[in-house]
Design a protein around this ligand. Structure first.
Ligand code: SER
Length: 320
């Protein structure tokens, strides 16, 4: 079997996707690639790994060729808030990185490339409620611009170069294993750390900021389901909306308060992240994903909150 390469395997999604793919395809067939951030222990120990700088064209070219790669899950990305303050790295990783991976895929006969996009691919002119799959995309963040670039580039390689490229616009992802710290939706993860450690959380977004969100098991399922979908049923390729849940800080705060005695939440607005969140959809219309590859999420706000608290308590060493 040709090998599967997961870039960004130290990141929030990559660190859970690589083990899930190893379960499915055999540990020895899934190569976890990281760069500056060390790979989590379990990812490093459970199968092969490489150090790979996705911004280095020659390095990506030779890795994909030398390792005998058949499928690439390109998860490396600089998230929204960090990208605004570090434009050079964001450009190098999000734009050059995507280009390098697609070029290497074509050069070495890779069969499939999965490149996730984001709700950030939309902007202030986009209809915010039940945002359609096809609509105005005029993002006003560097991260969003890089994600629109990735979508268009993916569709170009699919249509013009015959490469099987697939991608989905992920909402904010909530998970307990690897904590994200560079994005705008991270409050919905940080709130759980605050609740368990000190029964309180200060939120940097306003109480009524509604954003599309998704629990990690649904995120992993969406990526794998799309990768495995029958090509003949796909009309879209690198740009599927995927919805799951949609909530405000005050709604998730209430869900946490109902489960953590004495939990309190207050607000100190971060203007940068508030402006980014205000430019993103409130909820997504994911009919195309449902019709073309059977997308259907499993977790709602309550089941996600239960599962997050249970697992994070164990991780943070408070079994009860
Ligand atoms: N979670 C991402 C961010 O906040 C959105 O794709 O940047």
């Amino acid at each position: 079997m040709k090998k599967i390469l997961v870039t960004g395997a130290a990141g929030q999604i990559g660190s859970e996707l690589a083990p899930a793919l190893r379960e499915r395809h055999g540990a020895e067939n899934v190569i976890a690639a990281g760069h500056r951030t060390p790979l989590p222990n379990d990812v490093q120990k459970s199968g092969p790994s490489v150090t790979l700088d996705v911004t280095d064209h020659a390095e990506v070219m030779s890795a994909v060729g030398d390792l005998g790669i058949g499928t690439i899950y390109h998860m490396s990305s600089i998230l929204s808030a960090l990208a605004e303050s570090n434009r050079q790295t964001a450009h190098a990783v999000n734009i050059n990185g995507a280009y390098n991976v697609l070029e290497a895929a074509v050069a070495h006969g890779v069969e499939q490339v999965i490149i996730p996009s984001s709700i950030a691919a939309f902007g202030p002119d986009t209809p915010q409620d039940s945002t359609p799959n096809e609509t105005i995309q005029r993002p006003n963040t560097l991260y969003g611009i890089s994600k629109v670039f990735g979508e268009h580039l993916g569709n170009y390689y699919q249509e013009k170069l015959g490469l099987d490229v697939r991608g989905l616009r992920l909402p904010g992802i909530i998970s307990w294993k690897t904590e994200p710290t560079a994005g705008t939706t991270d409050y919905a993860v940080a709130i759980f750390y605050g609740a368990i450690r000190e029964q309180r959380y200060t939120c940097y977004l306003s109480s009524d900021t509604r954003l599309p969100m998704m629990y990690m098991p649904d995120c992993i399922k969406s990526i794998i389901d799309l990768a495995e979908a029958d090509a003949s049923s796909l009309k879209h390729h690198a740009d599927f909306n995927v919805g799951a849940v949609s909530f405000t800080p005050s709604e998730i705060g209430a869900a946490v308060a109902a489960r953590v005695q004495g939990f309190e939440m207050d607000y100190e607005i971060d203007l940068l992240r508030q402006a980014i969140a205000d430019s993103w959809p409130n909820s997504l219309d994911d009919t195309a994903a449902r019709e073309e590859w059977g997308w259907s999420p499993s977790y709602d706000l309550d089941s996600m909150t239960d599962d997050m608290l249970e697992n994070l308590k164990i991780k943070l060493g408070d079994g009860g």
